[in-house]
Write a protein that binds this ligand. Structure first.
Ligand code: MTE
Ligand code: MO
Length: 409
């Protein structure tokens, strides 16, 4: 299908977001990837490329746009808006001009009073709150799955941490009156499929999760309006849960008496039952063997070292970030001998239990020659990163301890 056909498929009045003329393809550059091998070919394809309103990101696909954040942007606990990753399932994106008439409708068979809000209505009718939280794609690090699995071959950068400002979903829902018997809320956003056969991206959340005080309808990110590609003018923020539930350009929220059975709930974003620990059941969406992915697992990323870098055997710094699904980080340990000995890193300021936590360690010295550096985070609930991948067909929840080969001289 060519571009004109795609625009036509979108229907009159909804212009496809014209990435082509706006995006400038930039010279291919080497992308440093610490501690793991991506499938052959991935890095030939993945070049640094600039989307409108963004600095250069690692392009994994162009239509729909799937761009990951380069390692260098994770040197601080807050990910800048113009380096925040971009993930879309559908190529029917919206332009800013399409979203001028944006509104959010609360409806469904489990509310007493359906309501429609403009952005100003939301800002003026409900208390405005801010929460710091990691937005991480369920498939972050999928490219490192062995055996390789289909899907966007994300490296380490399908995630970011920001402060999100908006109104509490529970306040907005309360105004519409939730009936007893509500089980889920269903979410839809303004982006569309370009082919009729493709199911629209819609998601649902259990009602108890929807009513959590930390879940917000966010209109600002790091103190600025949401970037277009990160959900302008408003998106759902579900701190502690993977980003598949963080609906961008959110236009409808239906409170339902029955589970929602759309494709993106029933067929995608599912993990084998019992494989991953979670504080949250999503029983209304369970089937015999699988359950929806829910809470983010404890994880860490070394941000100042990449494969085969040279460091001084008389001492060097290891630093990075750690995060989990909302317990907060208890410890980060570092090993420079391939996992035989571990030393506690120093944790930097706590920006909140859902946010990235910076950490660092001054290594006093190491054996000269090839060495392997590792980092392992443990959350306040005692959960820790795994040594070996818990393989699942969609490559979700990869929190394997990194192993970065270095040369100490
Ligand atoms: N409207 C809409 N919202 C969406 C998606 C989408 O395709 N469309 N993808 C979801 C997924 S799977 C992820 S990982 C996050 C990505 O958020 P970001 O693009 O702001 O980084 O958006 C979520 N919300
Ligand atoms: Mo995702």
């Amino acid at each position: 299908m060519d571009r004109r056909a795609i625009i036509k498929a979108l229907g009159a009045g909804s212009a496809a977001f014209a990435l082509g003329p706006l995006a400038r393809s930039l010279r291919a550059q080497t992308i440093a990837t610490p501690g793991a091998l991506l499938p052959a070919g991935t890095l030939d394809e993945a070049i640094l490329d600039q989307l409108p309103g963004k600095q250069k990101l690692i392009k994994l696909s162009y239509r729909p746009p799937n761009y990951e954040t380069p390692l260098a942007a994770f040197g601080h606990a807050v990910t800048p808006n113009d380096q925040f990753f971009v993930r879309y399932h559908l190529a029917g994106l919206r332009e800013l001009s399409d979203l001028k008439t944006w509104s959010l409708t609360i409806g469904g068979d489990a509310v007493d009073r359906p309501a429609t809000y403009t952005l100003d209505d939301l800002k003026h009718n409900f208390p405005v709150v801010t929460v710091a939280a990691v937005c991480q794609c369920s498939g972050n690090r999928r490219g490192f799955s062995t055996p390789h699995v289909p899907g966007v071959q994300w490296g380490y950068g399908a995630m970011g941490s920001a402060t999100w400002t908006g109104v509490r979903l529970k306040d907005v829902l309360a105004k519409s009156g939730i009936k007893t018997g509500a089980v889920e809320i269903a979410l839809n956003g303004a982006d569309l499929p370009v082919l009729e056969e493709t199911p629209d991206f819609q998601k649902s959340l259990p009602i108890d999760r929807a009513l959590d005080r930390n879940v917000i309808i966010a209109f600002a990110m790091n103190g600025e309006p949401l970037p277009l590609l990160n959900g302008y003018p408003a998106r759902l923020v579900v701190p502690g849960w993977t980003a598949t539930y963080w609906m961008k350009h959110i236009t409808t929220i239906d409170v339902r008496q029955k589970p929602f059975d759309g494709f993106w709930m029933r067929k995608a974003y599912r993990v084998p039952k019992g494989m991953f620990a979670t504080d949250f059941a999503f029983a209304s969406q369970d089937d015999d063997k699988t359950t929806p992915i829910t809470q983010i697992l404890v994880n860490s990323l070394i941000t100042n070292l990449t494969d085969h870098m040279q460091v001084s055997a008389s001492g060097f710094t290891v630093k990075g970030i750690a995060w989990d699904g909302g317990h907060g980080i208890r410890t980060v340990e570092v090993s420079v001998d391939g996992g035989n000995h571990w030393t506690h890193a120093k944790l930097a300021k706590d920006l909140g239990r859902f946010a990235f936590r910076e950490w660092g360690l001054e290594v006093a010295g190491s054996r000269p020659g090839p060495i392997t550096v590792m980092a392992r985070a443990t959350a306040v609930d005692g959960s820790t990163q795994v040594d070996r991948l818990l393989f699942n067909p969609a490559g979700y929840h990869n929190n394997v301890v990194q192993k970065i080969p270095l040369i100490a001289t």
